[in-house]
Design a protein around this ligand. Structure first.
Ligand code: FES
Ligand code: MG
Length: 573
């Protein structure tokens, strides 16, 4: 920061009047000396630690390490908690609460005497929610990604978080694993601190943070249990103090080019479809124009370079040993905008020029990629007027062009009731249609899009079928799954009008998803459609239903889009 620019925190601590006394005096009960209030940048350490969020369980320790770095650089660290979102436990879906956690983050930052922010993140939604909130305030901000768990190991093989779950029903039904086998696998899957070790949503969000320029270079792929993770946390603490002095705010880093870099990188690592919804919401907060088509335009022709589950076979720990994200960033050098600045004040080019790949079975080159054209494809058609998405690297090539008869489930409960009925009229060519799982409908757009196949088909050895829904799918999942259908069925998009036995045509190459009925029939069904009563009548869920935007817009609440800056006009007395 230039000498002339006053610290924001001096509005609280810098006055020698009654309020200055109040702001300093109470805080001094924690033992801070007077000079802490006299010109040191105050760094808010925004912590998503919670014992109910297993993936973030180590962040309490990490905050202490960050504080060490802040103090070393002459800053004054103050840690504060925000709502934490644990993917494996919270019902009905952490996505319902992403926007609430972002409000918590935004207001906690703005209302307090903070000059710079460190976001301690980990499990899926804890990254986008805190970044969204921080964007709406726009102070200098750095992300500390909590890091993945070590590889799961089970009977000599690797077991990836999440990706293994999707095989459980199959393995139970076919009798391949006993109950004891499952109990053993359970303990083997999560054997260290950290978040999912696949390229699921948490690893995708860590990667996104780095690709946006919001972490120190190389930070996101380090496993949580590796001592270098803590070292980077400390260095982040040191760096944020300088960022305050340089007035390097979020909006200076998060330009349109940074978002394009995140889309390109996500395609190259085979990242989660959830990136779309979170990145769009983050762009909305910082005021960058980004739409669903951009993901296809910018990302779909990018080659897949990373051989990680669910698109490939390795795990995050292997990625780190192979050189980590720096290798990917260097490989993408001519495709990325490499000249833009990141939190360390240097460009992508400068940050990643020296990266070396140590394992070519984990990280491929763009000349010999694992797969060509791996990014997310955006589909359009008469049942997804505002778009739907599919992740080709996780889908079956033979189903990318497909015509099949719809088997329609009106809700998740309807699906559970009927999917395994022996007389359900369904075969491997059918298209499973799941309605009522969109942002307003569930509410909260849960990760249910990759529904299990019917038992009778699993027993026949069927591994994949086309599934379409207005929900999301876990970043650890795979299959020919079409997601994020917009508008969702609950608001009366044409997706709501599909009936059992209708024919649906999927053509990924031509980006088409079409319901094969006449326009007259479609019009007739539209005129007969009636909205159902909202599921929630009060509280946050009701507010969410009333204000949540559709998936193609990032599913933010309409009144949260944009920002209010860091200024607070009125005092507390
Ligand atoms: Fe937390 Fe996967 S469940 S990251
Ligand atoms: Mg998830």
């Amino acid at each position: 920061m230039s000498d002339k620019k006053k610290l924001r925190s001096s509005e609280w601590f810098g006055n020698n009047d009654k309020m200055g006394f109040v702001h300093r005096s109470w805080l001094r009960n924690q033992g801070y000396p007077d000079d802490y209030f006299r010109g040191k940048p105050v760094i808010g350490i925004c912590n998503t630690w919670s014992e109910l969020t297993p993936c973030n369980g180590h962040l309490r320790d990490f905050a202490e390490v960050v504080k060490r770095g802040v103090v070393e650089s002459g800053g004054f660290p103050l840690e504060f908690p925000v709502m934490s979102l644990g993917e494996t436990i919270m019902k009905p879906s952490t996505m319902l609460f992403r926007n609430l956690a972002s409000m918590d983050t935004e207001e906690s930052i703005r209302a307090n005497p903070l000059d710079g922010i460190v976001l301690l993140t980990g499990c899926d939604k804890t990254t986008p929610s805190t970044i969204m909130g921080a964007c709406s305030v726009d102070l200098p901000t750095i992300v500390v990604p909590g890091g993945p768990m070590l590889n799961g190991r089970f009977r000599g093989g690797k077991i990836g978080s999440g990706s293994f779950n999707w095989m459980i029903k199959e393995k139970q039904k076919t009798g391949e694993y006993t109950e004891a086998d499952f109990a053993e696998a359970e303990a083997c899957a999560a054997r260290s601190i950290g978040h999912c070790n696949t390229m699921g949503t948490a690893s995708t969000m860590g990667t996104m943070s780095e690709a946006l320029g919001l972490t120190l270079p190389g930070f996101s792929s380090i496993p949580a249990a590796d001592s270098r993770k803590k070292m980077f946390a400390q260095l982040s603490g040191r760096r944020i103090v300088d960022m305050v002095r340089e007035d390097l705010t979020l909006s200076k880093i998060l330009t349109r080019k940074a978002f394009e870099n995140a889309i390109i990188t996500n395609a190259a690592v085979g990242g989660s479809t959830n990136l779309i919804i979170h990145l769009t919401a983050i762009a909305g907060r910082i005021g960058v124009d980004l739409n669903l088509e951009d993901f296809d335009k910018i990302g779909s022709n990018i080659p897949l370079l990373l051989n990680l589950m669910p698109s490939g076979k390795h795990l995050m720990e292997d990625f780190f040993y192979a050189g980590g994200l720096p290798v990917i960033m260097k490989e993408l050098n001519n495709i990325l905008h490499s000249d833009i600045i990141t939190v360390n004040g240097k460009t992508f080019n400068e940050n990643y020029a020296d990266a070396i790949c140590y394992d070519q079975d984990v990280i491929f080159t763009k000349d010999k990629p694992l797969q060509e054209n791996a990014g997310i494809a955006v589909l359009k058609g008469n049942i997804c007027e505002n778009g739907a998405v599919i992740k080709p690297s996780a889908a079956s090539p033979r189903l990318m062009k497909h015509r099949g008869k719809a088997v329609v489930f009106e809700s998740m409960e309807d699906y559970h009731e009927r999917i395994d009925l022996p007389d359900l009229d369904i075969d491997e060519n059918s298209v499973i249609v799941l309605k009522g799982v969109g942002p307003k409908g569930y509410p909260g757009m849960p990760e249910v899009g990759n529904v299990d196949l019917p038992e009778k088909l699993l027993l026949k050895g069927v591994k994949d079928m086309v599934r379409i829904s207005d929900g999301r799918m876990s970043g650890t999942a795979y299959g020919t799954v079409i997601l994020h259908v917009s508008p969702e069925s609950t608001v009366g998009g044409n997706f709501a009008l599909i009936k059992n036995g209708d024919y649906i045509e999927l053509d990924v190459e031509n980006r088409k998803l079409h319901l094969d009925i006449s326009d007259e029939e479609l019009k007739k069904r539209q005129s007969e459609w009636k909205p159902s009563e909202p599921i929630a009548t009060r509280g946050y869920a009701r507010m969410y239903i009333d204000h949540v935007e559709q998936a193609d817009k990032g599913a933010d609440l309409d009144f949260l889009v944009g920002g209010s800056g860091s200024k607070v006009e009125r005092d507390l007395h």
